[in-house]
Design a protein around this ligand. Structure first.
Ligand code: HEM
Length: 294
């Protein structure tokens, strides 16, 4: 039985950094693979860092065809939704996501990773994120209420035993910039209709509108995923880093289409108050898969 990368399920960390890289030379992917697989967390019992390493699905397929799930694709084309709404595609070759108890440990480790990959991969996108009021998104709503528990999450997030890519996961990483002024000018009752849940207690509304966020991403319809979203940004410019894991890419892709209004013309009301500025899929292989790259 294969083992999932532990960082996927390492809840409770308040500081994160997502480093997205492109290969310097696509032909040197073996050298890149062994450098990225050699990345090590600091040896310490108290100041540890969790890692999640993912690859552009086509790159992973090239590096490990036997351990690669069928039909997983990069986020290579913008999603054109209704009323001119667009989710941009900003796919990169690899992702190193680090999380820890404080920013100094992820900062130091991030510098080491960039140095270790120098000459083989170039940093293209860096985002750091931090916990806000324990478990709230910067919209003020609790994020993660309908997440599966840690006992159930592996069943939804990981490819099952015995298939190519077993214990791996498809990750959607998408940075959303909030239109805070517009959002905060809405009365709380309106915000609740947009989200489909109450703000203070995160209770699902009985008659939630069809365009509410939780109606557009209803897991009873699309299948369960495991989310590790975090707030990012500074006082002036900020939003949500959407970090969603699924055993099947289709669940995530259909949720995005549903939010954009591609499925039936109804666009997620939340997309009127927040705009995706990046979008990429990464295949996150098992630890055995990563070790093979060394
Ligand atoms: C700015 C971006 C986003 C924000 C602020 C946001 C926030 C939220 C909040 C507050 C909830 C309700 C509580 C909960 O169950 O977690 C929720 C539910 C959910 N969101 Fe998002 N979300 C965002 C983007 C996305 C995206 C891009 C997806 C999928 C690709 C997604 C998938 C889901 C799912 C599956 C649920 C649970 C639905 C259910 O009740 O079954 N969200 N989100």
């Amino acid at each position: 039985m294969k083992t999932a990368q532990a960082g996927i399920f390492a809840l409770g960390t308040s500081s994160h950094v997502y480093l997205e890289f492109d290969l310097v030379d696509k032909k040197q992917c073996k050298e890149f693979a062994s450098a990225i697989a050699a990345i090590r967390e600091p040896r310490t019992t108290t100041g540890g860092v969790n890692f999640v390493i993912g690859f552009r699905p086509e790159l992973w397929h090239q590096m490990a065809p036997e351990d690669s799930p069928a039909h997983v694709q990069g986020f290579d084309k913008d999603i054109a939704g209704s009323e001119g709404f667009v989710m941009p595609a900003t796919q990169h070759d690899a992702l190193v996501w680090m999380s820890g108890s404080a920013y100094d440990v992820v900062f130091d480790m991030g510098k080491t990773v960039i140095k270790d990959l120098a000459g083989k991969a170039t940093l293209k996108e860096e985002t750091s994120s931090w916990a806000y009021r324990h478990d709230r998104d910067l919209t003020g709503f609790v994020d993660g209420s309908e997440n599966p528990t840690l006992l159930d999450a592996p069943g939804y997030a990981l490819l099952p035993d015995g298939v190519p890519g077993a214990a791996g996961s498809v990750l959607l990483l998408q940075k959303w910039k909030h239109r805070t002024m517009e959002w905060e000018s809405l009365p709380v009752t309106k915000q609740e209709l947009v989200m489909g849940r109450t703000k203070a207690e995160s209770i699902e509304l009985k008659n939630k509108p069809a365009d509410s966020h939780v109606a557009r991403t209803d897991q009873d319809k699309f299948g369960n995923i495991f989310r590790r979203n975090m707030p990012y940004g500074n006082v002036e410019e900020h939003g949500t880093v959407f970090v969603g894991f699924s055993a099947e890419q289709d669940r995530l892709a259909r949720m995005l289409n549903s939010m954009a209004g591609v499925l039936d013309g109804t666009r997620d009301a939340l997309t009127r108050y927040t705009q995706p500025v990046t979008g990429a899929y990464y295949f996150v292989p098992s630890v055995e898969g990563l070790r093979e790259l060394r």
